[in-house]
Write a protein that binds this ligand. Structure first.
Ligand code: ADP
Length: 266
């Protein structure tokens, strides 16, 4: 299992005079499911891209430690910055899965071939099992265009879990799906994360979804984005999306901080 530490002083894009992220410090414990909520455009995708190594984090501190092999090893502990190459070192010890807003499947490849893309050929034999786990047994020879939106998301979930991720990043993965499909996929995601003991960072703008899924939620401000509030969700799982405890928690939070989802605490 993997633990993630993030300490971002400020993050600028080239040719921009204003920071996207500012003073963003948090930790995600091994096996924890952390949800991140923030207004549109505040920098959530930028944050996930920095954690994954897709976006530069020079000058910032993003580190993770793993005890998966029984030997606790800590990486980049003293580093003041990190880069993609540092993420690629120790690839085996720190596998990061990333599920994007869109499934991002290659349209000219079959479902099976889309998953093969992330695997070594010696591991191709696990694809049928994975497809069965996400409810797509017998669909390996289909092309993405022959699948519904929900089925395409299932393929992207299977592809992310194919590498046995120790850390899984998700960027509003169930956006634009109908409610029953999104509900089924949330349950599938929770089952897989529990079974594989994955540490998760899940970005959403949907408070109800976050309360259903997460152990903890951090709320972000508008740009330059920083943490304005944190909530621990400690009632037991499995939860119910519109359960009384869940809805009461949501109502209490929004009564206390009416502008929280807009990135304001008062
Ligand atoms: P969110 O995911 O919260 O909607 P993003 O991380 O996508 O926000 O974007 C945050 C801000 O950074 C936005 O103002 C966006 O225009 C800007 N931005 C995102 N990517 C880039 C980029 N590659 N170059 C310059 N600005 C960017």
């Amino acid at each position: 299992m993997i633990e993630l530490n993030v300490a971002i002083k400020d993050k600028y894009y080239e040719n921009s005079e204003t920071a996207v992220l500012s003073q963003l410090d948090f930790k995600v414990n091994s096996g924890e499911f952390l949800a991140i909520i923030g207004p549109s455009g505040c920098g959530k995708t930028t944050l996930l891209n920095m954690i994954s190594g897709l976006e530069s984090c020079v000058g910032q501190h993003i580190s993770y430690s793993s005890n998966s092999s029984g030997n606790r090893f800590k990486k980049n502990d003293l580093a003041s910055d990190c880069s993609k190459s540092e993420y690629l070192e120790n690839e085996q010890a720190n596998r990061i899965g990333y599920i994007f807003q869109q499934p991002r499947l290659m349209p000219w490849l079959t479902v099976r071939e889309n998953i093969e893309l992330v695997l070594d050929p010696t591991q191709f034999n696990k694809i049928e099992g994975l497809l069965a786990e996400v409810g797509l047994a017998q669909k390996g020879d289909y092309f993405p265009s022959q699948l519904s939106g929900g089925m395409q998301r299932r393929v992207s979930i299977a592809r992310a879990f194919a590498i046995n991720p120790q850390l899984l990043l998700l960027d509003e993965p169930f956006n634009s799906l109908d409610a029953p499909t999104a509900g089924r996929l949330r349950k599938l995601l929770l089952d897989l994360c529990r079974e594989k003991k994955t540490t998760v960072v899940f970005v959403t703008h949907d408070l109800q979804e976050a309360i259903y899924l997460a152990d903890r939620i951090i709320f972000l401000s508008d740009s330059p984005c920083t943490i304005i509030h944190e909530s621990i969700i400690n009632f037991p799982k499995p939860r119910t999306e519109s359960g009384i405890a869940e809805l009461e928690f949501q109502a209490k939070l929004t009564r206390q901080f009416p502008l929280l989802l807009a990135g304001k605490i008062d």
